[in-house]
Design a protein around this ligand. Structure first.
Ligand code: TYD
Length: 209
């Protein structure tokens, strides 16, 4: 019998905020609690969505307009939802995703003109799903950017927008946490990885059913 108490959790934050490490640790912790957790990520998380990812994270920063980006990220998200997230939740598995719709709200909706209304319209039409819990890793963009670029992953299209862009992103995520306090929680990420993990686990524990 699938568990009906499966949790859908997203991790969000600016580039280089350490989300990927924390998402992995959270999924491992949930599994260690005897739950069955799927770790996934956006853009990507399903074969078709990973193909769309390549179009989005590589190449010239000006390659896509913000409007086109919203559509591409949403196409990838729809595939991710259909192929990975929904089947896992229906099977009673927890889902931990490294980014979800809040990234589009902030990266596309609040940085290069005010496109939040367009993001919300497309989200309601095509996705209409929110995580049970969203943990936003909040940290100094200057430190985060150094980390992100140091990885030199070839997927630096968004890092290449520079520091003022990352500062706008941080403010955008903080505003989102204030707007949706029941779902979104800021986690202080200007500290050690272990302290961040502890803060995340403390928050998730309050939501376990
Ligand atoms: P990600 O793989 O999480 O990069 P990182 O590990 O560096 O944080 O995401 C790739 C980039 O895509 C990242 O710069 C954020 C951006 N992005 C958006 O602009 N909108 C979105 O909806 C998503 C999911 C990601």
């Amino acid at each position: 019998m699938p568990r009906s108490n499966a949790l859908f959790i997203s991790l969000e934050g600016i580039d280089g905020s350490g989300k990927s490490t924390q998402a992995r640790r959270l999924a491992d912790w949930l599994t260690a609690q005897g739950r069955d957790a799927v770790l996934t990520r956006e853009p990507g998380g399903a074969p078709g969505a990973e193909e769309i990812r390549h179009l989005l994270v590589q190449g010239d920063p000006e390659r896509w307009s913000p409007e086109t980006e919203i559509l591409l990220f949403t196409a990838a998200r729809r595939d991710h939802l259909e192929r990975t997230i929904r089947p896992a939740l229906e099977a009673g598995r927890d889902v931990v995703t490294d980014r979800f719709a809040d990234s589009t709200r902030v990266y596309q909706g609040a940085t290069r003109g005010d496109l939040r209304a367009l993001v919300d319209t497309i989200h309601s039409a095509a996705i209409a799903t929110e995580p049970d819990l969203t943990l936003i890793l909040d940290m100094d963009p200057e430190i985060a950017l150094t980390r992100g670029l140091a990885r030199n992953s070839g997927e630096d299209r968004f890092e290449d927008f520079g520091l003022p862009f990352q500062q706008k992103l941080r403010a955008g995520f903080q505003a989102l946490a204030a707007e949706q306090p029941h779902r979104c929680h800021l986690i202080d990420a200007d500290t050690t990885p272990d302290a961040i993990t502890q803060a995340i686990i403390a928050r998730v524990t309050r939501h376990l059913r």
